[in-house]
Design a protein around this ligand. Sequence first.
Ligand SMILES: [Zn+2]
Ligand SMILES: [Zn+2]
Length: 320
Amino acid sequence: MIQTFQRTLLASAAAIALCTAFAPAQAAAPMAKTPAPGFFRLMVGDIEVTPISDGTVDLPTDQLLREKPETTRAILEKNYLKVPTETSDNAFLINTGSKLVLVDTGAGALFGPTLGKLLANLKAAGYQPEQIDEIYITHMHGDHVGGLVSDGKRVFPNAIVRAGKADADYWLSKANLDKAPADKKGFFQGAQTALNPYVEAGKFKAIEGDGELVPGVSAVAEHGHTPGHTTYAVDSKGQKLVLIGDLIHVAAVQFDNPTVTIGFDSDEKAAFAARKKVFDAAAKNGWLVGGAHLQFPGLGHIASQGKGYRWIPVNYTQMR
Ligand SMILES: [Zn+2]
Ligand SMILES: [Zn+2]
């Protein structure tokens, strides 16, 4: 009986193979040419974390990093990357169970059409902007705050926006905008365009010190990249995720050699010191780390290696 069944199967397979050999060619399926879904999801203890892609931006990394351009280019090439380097811009949505918190908001309309995809990806991830209770800004560069507004209006009407006080004092100052050199005014204008509607609506509250902001999410000042650059930690059931903002921009270069700083750093020495402090602690304690410019979803662990570090991207999970 079984043998008869096997013979029938073999005969059918042979017939199909023959038919296929003589069948006319099928029209090729058109290429989808759309990116993979722009969100990821995992749990940190009881807290749901959804990295959300704002898209990517091409950066002239060989000009921006503080090392010889040819050195940067050689390292990138070894890592199958090129100049300009396609660089992720990631935000992170945190659902504590009682509060919905968004860390950074992408670039909105400030950096052209390859960025500004946060809202579409937030909705694809199952959330609406009206649901966001709190927004924590790592720092007020345009690629982190631009998504707060659309046509001058608040995109997140029910959210309180929070950021380090030193960043607010520096970037939101009209006097600093006025006295900035022409090529730096855009940084101030971007921050003020994004934040002012929240300030005017009474929806901005500066962070004045380290500590818990809502249960399970806390702020730690890590100044250097900007005057008030701040990291945010998610803690639940003994697990910890630290969202490090712009402590690193070019993984292929700066994990191996963390002393390499970038032209965007306000204070390069302090930026390096903050990177080293947080990376050392993450490696020692086994914290999960989330970076704004690490390749999407920007999550992984850090191991110490020689004078630098090794990046271990997070495993894919279906959250079973
Ligand atoms: Zn930045
Ligand atoms: Zn950035």
